[in-house]
Design a binder for this molecule. Structure first.
Ligand code: 15L
Length: 264
């Protein structure tokens, strides 16, 4: 591939992908609102606010595929989420459409379906049940990804990321954990698959405890290798068991579902 654009390049997952994705293209264009350090040999650095439509039009020029990890990554006020996850997301897809970008691989979230109860295992065909302002913005993103495929042929993979951290930090994450190596492998699969149309895939490792069924994304060839189960003893020793009716464990989205409305 000639050029990949990585947004959110100085965030946690962006920083990880910056190192790992560089070998997959001649040029990796990195963007964020904040400083991203020195450009390596095959990197281009562009400071950009995704809410600036003209800047995003330039940013997406001469790009083959986009990995979009930018935007607000947790619950916040509607105002805070509006500029990046709605306006910025729209600008990005418009840039991709007008500049002929083939595919967008982006970080959606389990919080798009966070109100499903743990008693229900789900696949990618379920009706969204967002658990927060943040989760609603991810549902909007997935709808936009579908629309840009159906109407304009811009492909997307919406990765409903579980809990992507070095290790599971609490009991819920024994189910939702996505290891860094599995996340990198999944992103590589999303770039390499010959045809994805609009695919929704759950970003989760091969945990013994599973809530999400990825059969609808089999064409991506994602084969996770890590399993949160090896951390069970450690996690259980340092955390109290939940009351089974507490949404912190009873809903897929955990604390996001359990929390009150952010703006109250
Ligand atoms: C997310 O979408 C967040 O970005 C991340 O910080 C975690 O809270 C994660 O979901 C999770 O559900 O564990």
């Amino acid at each position: 591939m000639n050029r990949i654009l990585l947004t959110g390049a100085s965030g946690g997952l962006g920083t990880l992908l910056r190192k790992e994705i560089a070998p997959h293209c001649n040029t990796l264009r990195l963007t964020n609102r904040h400083d991203m350090g020195e450009a390596a040999d095959n990197e281009e650095i562009v400071l950009c606010d995704l809410a600036d439509a003209d800047a995003v039009m330039d940013l997406t020029r001469d790009v083959d595929m986009v990995i979009h990890m930018g935007g607000v990554g947790r619950e916040n006020t509607f105002e805070a989420i509006l500029q990046s996850n709605y306006v910025g997301f729209y600008n990005l897809y418009e840039g991709c459409r007008k500049n002929g970008v083939k595919r967008v691989v982006w970080g959606s979230s389990n919080h798009a379906i966070g109100f499903y109860p743990r008693t229900q295992r789900i696949d990618a065909s379920v009706t969204p049940r967002p658990d927060s302002n943040y989760g609603i913005s991810k549902v909007y993103g997935e709808a936009m990804a579908q629309y840009y495929w159906d109407k304009f042929g811009v492909e997307s993979v919406s990765i409903r990321i579980g809990s992507c951290f070095p290790k599971p930090a609490d009991r819920r994450m024994l189910t939702t954990w996505l290891s860094y190596p599995d996340f990198v492998h999944l992103t590589e699969c999303c770039l390499a698959a010959p045809r994805v149309e609009h695919t929704i895939v759950y970003g989760v490792s091969d945990n013994d405890s599973q809530l999400w069924d990825n059969h609808m994304a089999a064409h991506l060839g994602y084969r996770p290798k890590d399993n949160a189960e090896i951390y069970r003893e450690e996690v259980e020793a340092k955390t109290e068991p939940y009351d089974r009716d507490d949404l912190t464990i009873a809903a897929h989205g955990g604390g996001f579902a359990a929390a009150g409305h952010f703006e109250d």
